[in-house]
Design a protein around this ligand. Sequence first.
Ligand SMILES: CC(=O)SCCNC(=O)CCNC(=O)[C@H](O)C(C)(C)COP(=O)(O)OP(=O)(O)OC[C@H]1O[C@@H](n2cnc3c(N)ncnc32)[C@H](O)[C@@H]1OP(=O)(O)O
Length: 457
Amino acid sequence: MEFPFDVDALLGERVTAVDQHLQPPGRRGPGYTAAHRVDLQQQLMTIIDEMGKASAKAQNLPAPITSASRMQTNHHVLYILKDNEVKTAGKGAIIGFLKVGYKKLFLLDRHGAHNEVEPLCVLDFYIHESLQRHGYGKELFQCMLQRERVQPHQLAVDRPSEKLLCFLHKHYNLQGTIPQVNNFVIFEGFFADQHAPVRKLPPKRAEEEIKPYSLTDREFLKEEVEPPWPFNQSHSLTRSSSLGNSPVRTCLKPFLNEQELLRNLRLCPPHAAAHHLLNGEPGGPAAQRRRTRRSAVGQDGLVAQRSSYSRYGNPAPLPDGVAGGAERRAESSREPLRRLQDSEGRLDSTMITSQDTSHPAPLPQPSGTVCYSEGTSLPTEPALTDRTKDPGVRAAPESKPSGLGDPVDCLPPRPSNRWYDPAGVPWGKQPSWTVAGVSRDAQWIRYKQEYRNTRPW
Ligand SMILES: CC(=O)SCCNC(=O)CCNC(=O)[C@H](O)C(C)(C)COP(=O)(O)OP(=O)(O)OC[C@H]1O[C@@H](n2cnc3c(N)ncnc32)[C@H](O)[C@@H]1OP(=O)(O)O
């Protein structure tokens, strides 16, 4: 692997060991200044980053597990093998690298006993594709063993590739592995000769699950399971990935604060079930029950407020920035009321029943929805406009959007033979509703509408 700077001068020795300080050990002339040192360190970081990427690519990893920044934050040692024989335009080249580091692990011995150990681990190993199977891997590995003063069977290997297993078998006769429940592989003889003190824990019970704290460098690469809504709205959450594996090594960002969660709630798209309502599609009884129940617990809260319970069926327009805002505005202006009804004209509402005597009694439906008695016609857009022509009725602004939490949104439908003021209140009457057997006024409904769906916990 070649670089636009003098790798040969930068690294000095054939095999260079680099730790978290990222100090290049290369030649330093008489005029060596702090600026030079920064330049050289930058070059070393470039080498580490590029090699890390190449290694990840060779192992089909989604992201590099070796980088300059990861080196700086871990007590690992990187052995870099350079090619100082074939000089590319006098600058040298990098052949490969081997990264090792001590890690505290719980490992099982042959008898199934837990052992708390801190062995040297092989974490990442890469030889450039064009130079593999030329003995460079062996040269580098051998150098590491000498400098670290360890025997091959004392090592733990972090998720070895097939190539590495073949390599270890061929050169060091490492074959018989001791099965582990984490991602590290150890070989026969590992427990026979340990430098680090081995602390034995009682053997595990058969039914007990083992949760070792084996900090593998590769844990952070695991795919994460999508969390349930609304926690999937933030990318700042990271979790430990799977049972039986070690904790995630990446830093855990703080949990969503309330403000952030509320913001996400407001911006989140409606649940798929709400599209039935938005599109006026018919749904079976089960689907309707699901819809209404979800609305009640708040999952589709915003949509429910905008559509299912809107008397005018004219939801507040969403801002353009909000996904689907423009489309939903267009749709809502075309069919403002269909979203209240299924194909048979039934209302999709189990939340609120009217006590206002002017409202017809709802007919119980097997589906759990509420059906209003025959003759009750849902107001249509022209009808609303006609009402405003009555001199006794104050004119309602036609395009007035019913805002979120507006009590008008949750009023039941009105019979067409009554006139209402723009707020939807019959003249001279203060409506009330029975919710869960208790009589509630518009103020209470408004409060509930405003606060119910934004706090799902
Ligand atoms: C913890 C970890 O780092 S796991 C990731 C290990 N890294 C990789 O898999 C990246 C891709 N592979 C490589 O970079 C290299 O092949 C290494 C580092 C595994 C070995 O380096 P090399 O320079 O090829 O090793 P070296 O030449 O000294 O030894 C060759 C032996 O390695 C093994 N080996 C190397 N390449 C392969 C391969 N493509 N398929 C199977 N075995 C291979 C064989 O045992 C081979 O002996 P052989 O040629 O007689 O079959």
